[in-house]
Design a protein around this ligand. Structure first.
Ligand code: HEC
Ligand code: HEC
Ligand code: HEC
Ligand code: HEC
Ligand code: HEC
Ligand code: HEC
Length: 269
């Protein structure tokens, strides 16, 4: 028990002045609960993940998440409410989609065992929460945008993503800039970026149901950031293409675009 605290503090001391305090807060209160389950190696791994993260750079420390708001008690496994303190819009939208709605309604979290769609067998018991997609200590958005989804999703459309031009371009880029204007990941289409708060901030809409139906919403709010209107609509209403995750150009031609062309010609003529 004492050894763990010493380690925590020594890691802290070599990092910054605020960290020992942060770690101290975490581990003096929580030590008895932690002592049996957490090894020194795990603790230093967690610290190494956190150190280069956007959180560490913004002074979000261990205690920012591991301490209860009111009682200041140590929280061993924080849930979405700890994130909500600082990320209100992301949390509110998460709770409205299929992924989060059970939590909003006070039910147990969604798990793949409850799904209608095919899911990875080994993920059946995995609980949906912010940490289902985010490594909460590194908060690496690159890993969250494709790899995390594929720890659960196992249908043809999801698995075919890796064969698409979108995927090749994302892998070639090698990182996920914020905001990303060129990469197309699962999250580009399903967790779209938009102005969610009253400011000019572009944030990630975490409602994974929001732009599914009708499909023209995704066409105009996502695809048309990069493709023309006709290309976007012809692609998104092509069921085969959705199934192959857009791994070839569209084959269907929506008649309404031909009608628009005829009308336009008439008007011009
Ligand atoms: C952004 C919020 C956040 C920050 C910052 C954070 N943690 Fe965590 N931590 C969590 C969450 C959420 C969990 C629960 C994860 C889970 O259950 O998978 C967790 C889990 C843990 C666990 C494992 C608990 C267990 O019993 O499995 C340890 C140990 C831990 N954190 C230590 C730290 C240390 C040390 C720091 C600072 C270097 C830190 N955390 C910073 C959110 C955070
Ligand atoms: C004390 C406030 C605070 C808490 C609590 C907090 N965050 Fe953050 N978070 C920030 C700040 C500040 C940033 C960096 C500035 C920004 O991009 O918004 C950030 C950035 C992020 C990012 C973007 C990382 C990147 O590389 O761009 C993710 C993802 C994230 N947080 C997830 C979480 C999750 C999940 C939790 C809960 C487990 C959480 N945060 C808890 C304040 C917080
Ligand atoms: C912990 C497992 C898990 C992870 C991780 C996960 N999902 Fe899901 N997702 C589910 C389950 C379970 C459902 C419900 C499926 C059903 O009811 O058939 C679902 C449903 C969906 C739906 C359909 C929503 C609807 O209203 O029908 C979309 C779209 C989706 N997920 C996208 C994603 C994306 C994108 C990611 C990664 C950024 C992701 N998911 C990560 C488990 C997961
Ligand atoms: C289904 C997977 C998934 C879940 C669940 C999830 N996130 Fe995210 N989140 C992502 C992905 C992927 C990105 C990066 C998307 C991008 O940049 O295209 C992201 C980005 C973020 C960001 C940085 C971008 C921004 O809006 O500032 C924050 C903060 C964040 N998430 C917080 C949360 C919080 C809080 C929760 C829980 C309430 C949560 N996330 C749950 C997948 C998820
Ligand atoms: C270029 C945009 C795009 C990308 C990239 C993308 N999807 Fe989709 N996804 C769609 C469209 C369009 C649909 C069909 C929407 C509908 O019919 O409601 C869909 C449907 C889904 C569904 C719901 C299927 C159902 O039958 O209810 C899930 C789950 C899903 N996608 C997960 C993923 C995952 C996981 C990834 C990444 C591995 C991914 N998607 C990548 C556009 C995309
Ligand atoms: C961030 C920009 C961006 C977004 C958003 C985007 N795409 Fe793409 N898409 C591209 C790029 C770049 C290519 C590759 C073009 C090339 O190689 O000629 C591409 C290729 C395609 C292809 C052709 C694939 C092939 O193998 O030839 C289809 C179909 C496609 N996208 C459909 C969509 C649909 C549908 C959406 C919205 C659900 C969408 N895209 C969203 C940038 C984007």
């Amino acid at each position: 028990m004492k050894k763990l605290l010493a380690i925590a503090l020594s890691i802290g001391l070599s990092l910054s002045l605020s960290l020992p305090l942060a770690l101290g807060l975490c581990f003096t209160g929580g030590l008895s609960a932690q002592a049996d389950s957490i090894t020194e190696a795990e603790l230093s791994e967690i610290t190494a993940q956190w150190k280069p993260s956007a959180h560490a750079l913004a002074d979000v420390n261990c205690s920012s998440c591991h301490q209860a708001n009111e009682t200041k008690a140590f929280v061993e496994k924080p849930n979405y409410e700890s994130c909500q303190n600082c990320h209100e819009a992301e949390t509110d939208t998460f709770l409205l989609g299929k992924h989060g709605i059970r939590l909003l309604e006070g039910q147990s979290p969604l798990t793949p065992s409850k799904a209608r769609l095919p899911m990875k067998p080994e993920a059946h018991g995995k609980q949906m929460n912010c940490n289902a997609c985010h490594n909460v200590h590194s908060v690496d958005t690159y890993q969250a945008s494709v790899d995390s989804c594929l720890t659960c999703h196992n249908d043809e459309h999801s698995l075919n993503y890796k064969n698409s031009k979108h995927s090749q371009l994302f892998l070639a880029e090698g990182n996920l800039e914020r905001p990303s204007s060129s990469s197309v990941t699962c999250s580009t289409c399903h967790l779209q970026r938009e102005s969610l708060d009253s400011g000019d901030n572009v944030l990630v809409n975490h409602n994974n149901t929001y732009n599914l139906k009708p499909r023209d919403r995704m066409a105009s709010e996502v695809c048309m950031n990069c493709h023309g209107m006709e290309y976007s609509f012809n692609s998104i209403f092509d069921n085969e293409l959705v199934n192959s995750n857009f791994s070839e150009p569209p084959k269907i031609h929506l008649k309404s675009f031909d009608m628009i062309r005829v009308l336009q010609k008439k008007r011009e003529g």
